[in-house]
Design a protein around this ligand. Structure first.
Ligand code: HSE
Length: 295
């Protein structure tokens, strides 16, 4: 059956999880739905700010990239974006558009590419697979790029974790957050991240909050990025003194708390306004195990 229209649902993703810079990621139950309807000619994008409604829209860029790789003609398309993932906040909004475009084009052309094939194409555009991996496959993942090709594997997660995303009322474009990072790192810092990263995955599997709190620390990106977020250190101290693990979500500015303490949200709600300058929305988010799918 030839389909003319399809809607793809893609989960939000939190990348890095502290030391797993450009490697770890986890899908969350917050979604962007994108509908693609083939037309005879032209491009029409609705549901987003006019500034993003042109041919640079990532959903359209990856849609075209997949059609090209299938040697299919790019005719017209109407794209409607229903985004619940906040934009430029470190929750994988760009990766969600890339994944939606790639899956949308593939479904409309008879699903001839595998999910790995779509990951290869989108990773060539994004440059790092840490959001793309969990957006495609769901759950907790680690990804690497080997000989230019992304490889993503899944890890088990204890079922008792509470994940709180603290989403501020300002954004942080990823290129800006990557521009502050050094080109070279010391051997000491590299060892710190490799060892802490391995512990993060084990702590998440075991549900070991104390191990996670110690392991979820980083020397490769957070020390350079935290100065761009005025409230970072005050919030980190509040979260850690309440026993939870803390990190920047992706490139920020969202901050992530992972805990087994069911009362943490209420505590943060009471104490955050007194120690912060921005408005921080506290979003409790569950892990999404399913990954991107056709609605
Ligand atoms: N790993 C990426 C970063 C995630 O921290 O820059 C944002 O795309």
């Amino acid at each position: 059956m030839i389909m003319r229209s399809v809607t793809i649902r893609v989960p939000a993703t939190t990348a890095n999880l502290g030391p797993g810079f450009d490697a770890f990621g986890c899908a969350l139950q917050l979604y962007t739905d994108v509908t693609f309807e083939e037309t005879e000619s032209g491009l029409q994008i609705t549901g987003c700010d006019e500034a993003f409604a042109g041919p640079d829209n990532l959903a359209y860029v990856s849609y075209c990239a997949v059609l090209e790789s299938l040697n299919e003609e790019i005719k017209g398309v109407k794209i409607h974006i229903d985004a619940h993932i906040p934009i430029c906040r470190g929750l994988g909004s760009s990766a969600a558009l890339l994944v939606a475009g790639a899956m949308g084009a593939n479904v409309l052309r008879g699903n001839r590419l595998s999910t790995q094939g779509l990951l290869n194409i989108t990773n060539a555009m994004e440059g790092h697979p840490d959001n793309l991996g969990p957006a495609f496959f769901g759950g907790l993942t680690a990804s690497m790029v080997d000989n230019g090709l992304p490889v993503t594997v899944s890890f088990p997660l204890h079922s008792d974790w509470e994940i709180l995303a603290l989403v501020p009322d300002f954004d942080m474009p990823t290129p800006k957050a990557r521009a502050v990072l050094p080109q070279q790192v010391s051997r000491e810092d590299a060892i710190y991240n490799i060892s802490h990263g391995a512990m993060v995955l084990k702590a998440l599997e075991l549900g070991d909050e104390k191990l996670l709190r110690h392991a979820m620390q980083d020397k490769l990106h957070q020390p350079y990025r935290k100065h761009m977020i005025a409230d970072y250190e005050a919030i980190e101290e509040l979260v850690r003194t309440n026993g939870a693990a803390f990190c920047l979500s992706g490139a920020g500015p969202t901050l992530l708390c992972i805990t087994r303490n069911k009362a943490l949200k209420e505590k943060l709600q009471k104490k955050l306004p007194a120690i912060t300058e921005a408005n921080w929305e506290i979003m409790p988010l569950h892990v999404e195990f399913a990954g991107a799918r056709v609605l």
